[in-house]
Ligand binder design. Structure first.
Ligand code: ATP
Ligand code: FE
Length: 355
């Protein structure tokens, strides 16, 4: 099967062509990602109206480019997959309208994909991972542990009850006068810092289960920063590095400990223990090292797809579309865009929740 994938739920306009024959590894024939970071830079965050307009303007070109790079034409495809949510509704609508237009014009089947399912199924695209497996999705907008049981069967084991870690990294950068996106910059600063100089909390480690909280870290950072400013009139480079290192170590510790618990929770459910990660925050070296250590101690495999497939892209949408299509999904013109769409809505009873 060969599918065109379309993604426009946040600030990346993306199109990709993926081919898969059963028994063989999947092939990404093309994957175009047109980011909007520069468009939103002046506003300190993604502006929904600007994002929607940019998606509407760029989608056709992205699709054209993805097709050209794959060397295929619409007639060579078996279907079209598009992110139908969750996300900024204007962007999601732009993508769904574009996909419907192509489907109407070509007669190709149209399959809607949950953006989070796209991330969660990526280890099957890259490594052919078999169900069920444990997944940690950790990005700018999301933070959750999922037991992925099937194409449409996800059990949420826990996650952040407030900010996503990527959001916390971005806010940390903002508070310290560093540029956006904050994650990579904070990581670089932290390399020169002492993680023990400031006492950052490890929120919710005293509570059972896999839920997490990251908004308190931002408050701790703000307090430490303001104390330094009132004591010495500003921040030195070393202060900044130490604050970044302390913050990053706290996030890494919380994610590692909660991952240890998640692995233990699903131990009896998964044949070969594995932790798959996705999301931009999984690029962080310190966080990755913490997760790898926990996996090594638990005898679990650590699987991180290449970064370009960990962050938002359309190859994961094309892939999830192929998987849903094989499972019988055909959405067609009835497909609607959904701003909210929890992944575990259709999942069976939660297992071991809160244990
Ligand atoms: P979502 O996909 O959940 O809607 P998103 O598009 O913001 O959210 P991604 O593109 O997966 O998420 O990741 C971007 C986030 O990852 C940003 O918040 C960014 O700061 C963070 N990030 C990127 N690199 C690093 C890093 N090295 N360390 C920590 N965080 C990072
Ligand atoms: Fe995403």
């Amino acid at each position: 099967l060969t599918f065109l994938g379309i993604e426009s739920s946040c600030d990346d306009t993306a199109a990709a062509v993926v081919r898969h024959a059963p028994g063989a590894p999947a092939e990404i024939l093309s994957s175009v990602v047109d980011g909007q970071t520069a468009l939103h830079a002046a506003f300190g965050g993604v502006v929904p109206e600007i994002a929607a307009r940019a998606h509407a303007e760029r989608l056709d070109l992205c699709v054209e480019q993805a097709l050209a790079e794959s060397g295929l034409r619409f007639g060579d495809l078996d279907g079209i997959a598009v992110t139908a949510g969750p996300g900024l509704i204007g962007g999601v609508l732009s993508g769904v309208m574009c996909a419907k237009g192509i489907a109407a014009g070509t007669g190709l089947p149209l399959v809607g994909v949950n953006h989070l399912a796209g991330h969660a199924l990526t280890p099957r695209l890259t490594d052919g991972l078999a169900f069920p497996y444990l997944m940690l999705l950790v990005s700018g907008g999301h933070c959750q542990f999922l037991l992925v049981r099937g194409v449409e069967e996800f059990t949420r084991l826990g996650g952040s009850i407030d900010d996503a870690p990527g959001e916390a990294f971005d806010k940390t950068a903002k508070l310290l006068g560093l540029p956006q996106p904050g994650g990579p910059v904070v990581e670089v600063e932290a390399k020169a810092g002492n993680p023990r100089r400031f006492a950052f909390p490890r929120p919710m480690l005293d509570r059972p289960g896999c839920d997490m909280s990251f908004s308190g870290l931002k408050t701790a950072l703000l307090r430490a920063r303001d104390a330094l400013i009132s004591a010495q009139g500003g921040l030195t480079r070393q202060d900044r590095a130490d604050l970044c290192a302390g913050f990053q170590a706290a996030v890494a510790d919380v994610l590692a400990e909660k991952t240890r618990r998640a692995l233990a929770l699903v131990r009896d459910e998964t044949a070969t223990p594995v932790l798959a990660v996705a999301g931009g925050v999984a690029a962080n070296g310190a966080i990755r090292a913490g997760l790898q250590a926990v996996c090594a101690a638990a005898g679990a495999r650590f699987l991180a797809p290449p970064l370009r497939l960990c962050t938002d892209n359309a190859a994961m949408i094309a892939w999830a579309g192929i998987e849903r299509f094989r499972a019988g999904a055909r959405d067609g013109m009835a497909l609607s865009a959904r701003p909210r769409w929890p992944l575990d809505k259709t999942s069976p009873a939660l297992i071991g929740f809160g244990k």
